[in-house]
Design a protein around this ligand. Structure first.
Ligand SMILES: [Zn+2]
Ligand SMILES: [Zn+2]
Length: 308
């Protein structure tokens, strides 16, 4: 028990309510970012048939709206971000007696999460449009300085977080809230057999990925196809050369209308891509319809019109 507590102290934070590893907290914030992107993508899909770029003008406002919705249904409703809920975490109030977030904390959190981010995204446009007024000029300078200071403080805070695992973000430290397990965690136990099996499978999969590029699947497929569906021997050399108008409209390999048509000496016509790629992958490639071999790349030539 003493050992596990010591381990917890090294890996995260220890307190009376449970251990939250730093990696869990980092995962939760990563999830928050991913969820926002996911939500944004879904939202933008609604407007995909509109004129392109129409949403670019109001992107910061849309982001703020989505963050407001997320905040309403996460922090404001249950006192935990969406990512934290997925990791079984919630914010715990450190400053006051009650463990849940109080109203002021929730609204201040919204100011940081929605207001500050909106200002950050919009500041370039706003400052360029109001920069000619002296008072605004000073204000933007102050905001710029504050932003720099906040960035430095955030970096210092993160370094401290890596050391003690308590407050991942600066606003958590200022508000006195910190992530904690919503329900008590049971100790994770992974059996040795499972780990060995995982390692073996992983090694095997890596070996396969290394091996696969060396196998010429197209050549094997062509060989099997030749053996199984060998074209009937009635395709005598005389018959092979007789070309009908229907031959011009269908590629002998893909069956589509031939693109940049080519021939290899028989009556069949192929797309340039179809015949060239097959020949490059398999030098013993033959016409799939009459077994006429390509033999040499110079035999793949533009077709000469001789309809009978
Ligand atoms: Zn084709
Ligand atoms: Zn042919």
């Amino acid at each position: 028990m003493a050992a596990s507590t010591e381990e917890g102290r090294k890996g995260g934070t220890v307190d009376s309510k449970g251990i939250v590893l730093r990696v869990t907290q980092l995962d939760s914030s990563q999830l928050d970012g991913e969820l926002h992107q996911l939500l944004k993508a879904q939202f933008y899909r609604i407007f995909r048939f509109l004129k392109p770029g129409i949403l670019a003008y109001i992107e910061p406002e849309l982001n703020a709206l989505l963050r407001l919705l997320t905040w309403q249904f996460s922090i404001n409703a249950v006192g935990a971000t969406l990512g934290q809920r997925m990791m079984n975490l919630k914010y715990n109030n450190e400053k006051l007696v009650t463990s849940d977030l109080v109203k002021s904390q929730r609204y201040l959190y919204a100011c940081v999460l929605i207001g500050a981010k909106w200002l950050q995204e919009r500041s370039a446009d706003l400052s360029s449009s109001t920069n000619h007024i002296q008072a605004f000029k000073l204000m933007w300078k102050a905001i710029y300085l504050l932003e720099k200071l906040f960035s430095i403080a955030s970096l210092v805070n993160f370094l401290v977080f890596l050391q003690d695992g308590r407050y991942q973000f600066l606003h958590e430290r200022i508000l006195g809230i910190r992530a904690e397990f919503a329900q008590r965690q049971s100790i994770r136990q992974v059996s040795f057999e499972f780990m060995t099996r995982e390692l073996l499978w992983h090694g095997f999969a890596e070996f396969l990925f290394f091996l696969l590029p060396f196998i010429n699947f197209q050549r094997i497929r062509n060989f099997v196809q030749r053996q199984l569906f060998r074209p009937s021997q009635i395709a005598s050399s005389q018959h092979r050369l007789k070309r009908h108008s229907s031959h011009y409209t269908e590629c002998g390999i893909c069956g589509e209308w031939p693109t940049t048509p080519r021939e290899i000496g028989c009556c069949h016509v192929f797309c340039y891509y179809c015949i060239q790629s097959n020949f490059l992958a398999d030098p013993s490639y033959t016409c799939p319809l009459c077994s006429q071999p390509v033999e040499d790349v110079t035999n793949i030539r533009p077709i000469t019109c001789d309809v009978r």
